[in-house]
Design a protein around this ligand. Structure first.
Ligand SMILES: Cc1cc2nc3c(=O)[nH]c(=O)nc-3n(C[C@H](O)[C@H](O)[C@H](O)COP(=O)(O)OP(=O)(O)OC[C@H]3O[C@@H](n4cnc5c(N)ncnc54)[C@H](O)[C@@H]3O)c2cc1C
Length: 357
């Protein structure tokens, strides 16, 4: 313990979470630079937003978007820097990127594509601007950085256990020392959707991993082999960004037709959008309608991923189809035709499936 007293244990769970990656640029420690982990961070962000005439937000994930929206809410001129040339290109097709971009611009936020910070400029210890890698300078008094998270591994750094980005655990949430367990943001868990060990830095995953670890810890503490295997659910993200409802579930690919498509998951922070290799059996179909858009990705007669922007009516059915790997080969031709009939076909399949079960 921190007072020097030892505390014996039979089994130990490490659930120390993850922390936002600190700004890696020169000037990252100036007053006015913030990351977003805690309530104190949130208070600081509000304080800086109210004082600043202009702020720069850097990062490509949901957290960066939420920060930009929150800062802009205070009337602060807000610049959002994106490394790519559109919003979430590995996840969205061009239409979807444009819908989100329009929402962002409609909120008065300036998006800068293909731009990264080279240095945060200071005056008297406070943020005065940013110099971009392109050489441009943007004057601002606050900089919010959301470029991903890093597991808190300090406690176990010196232990002889397998560590990669986090503590690598088996399906019983057990580290390579069998009495040590890890769950939540700190654990790197087996992911049946990619057949790899990945970080999974989301709240529902942390809860399910913790539960699985608890069962196994009881078994091991009683001298038994662990029995309860953790099964990662399909990737699922929903958000309300700039007034737009958005759901991304399962494996989705940004741009159909590209030679090398990637199937991506979205998570916290741009560094945690991870990708799985493209398989030629993945095909997507979609329907767009004004400010709404619905896209499904199919493989071997099953829906494996979906993106819903705007109208969310089909979010739950699609999630169930994906999670339970429902065979929809009977509907495949109609589904793959896409277009305005796509929502009706999904609903028809959903009703038929319900009647059957
Ligand atoms: C701003 C923000 C927004 C988010 N939004 C979403 C969202 O919309 N949806 C979603 O699914 N997830 C979201 N998340 C992620 C979600 O909060 C985490 O995935 C989840 O909290 C992880 O749970 P955990 O128990 O692993 O870690 P945490 O909740 O981080 O808990 C870890 C705990 O361990 C403590 N700790 C660390 N080191 C030590 C130590 N040495 N000794 C004692 N205690 C220690 C910490 O103080 C902390 O209380 C968000 C996270 C942030 C920061």
């Amino acid at each position: 313990m921190d007072d020097g007293e030892p505390l014996a244990f039979d089994v130990l769970l490490l659930a120390t979470g993850a922390s936002a990656i600190r700004p890696p640029f020169l000037g990252g420690d100036l007053e006015g630079v913030v990351t977003f982990d805690t309530l104190d961070d949130a208070k600081r962000i509000i304080k800086y937003s109210r004082k600043a005439k202009a702020a720069v937000v850097v990062g490509g994930g949901i957290t960066a978007m939420e920060l930009a929206e929150g800062i802009r809410h205070h009337g602060t001129r807000t610049h959002l820097l994106q490394r790519g040339d559109r919003i979430w290109p590995r996840l969205f097709n061009e239409w979807e990127s444009t819908i989100v971009e329009n929402q962002i611009r409609h909120h008065g936020i300036d998006i800068h594509y293909n731009e990264e910070i080279a240095e945060i400029l200071g005056a008297r210890g406070r943020v005065a601007g940013v110099r971009l890698k392109s050489g441009r300078v943007i004057k601002c008094q606050a900089v919010a950085v959301a470029i991903g998270v890093r597991p808190n591994l300090q406690l176990v750094q010196k232990l002889p256990i397998q560590q990669d980005k986090g503590v690598v655990v088996n399906q019983f949430m057990q580290a390579t020392i069998p009495t040590l367990f890890a769950a939540g943001d700190v654990a790197q868990v087996y992911d049946r959707w990619t057949s790899q060990h990945n970080l999974d830095v989301l709240w529902p995953s942390a809860i399910n991993e913790g539960r699985a670890a608890g069962y196994s810890m009881v078994d091991v503490a009683h001298g038994c082999e662990p029995r309860y295997r953790y099964q990662k659910a399909s990737p699922f993200n929903c958000a309300l960004l700039f007034g737009l409802h958005l759901t991304v579930v399962g494996r989705v690919n940004g741009s159909p037709g590209e030679d090398v498509e990637q199937l991506s998951y979205l998570s916290r922070g741009s560094s945690h959008v991870w990708t799985a290799p493209f398989s030629p059996s993945y095909r997507s179909a979609w329907d767009k309608d004004g400010t709404s858009s619905l896209r499904i990705v199919m493989s071997d007669g099953r829906i494996v991923g979906a993106v819903l922007l705007g109208n969310q009516e089909l979010a739950d059915p699609l999630r169930r189809f994906i999670e339970q790997e429902v065979d929809l080969s009977n509907y495949q031709t109609s589904l793959m035709a896409g277009g305005t009939k796509l929502p009706q076909t999904i609903l028809r399949a959903w009703r038929d499936w319900h009647q059957h079960w």
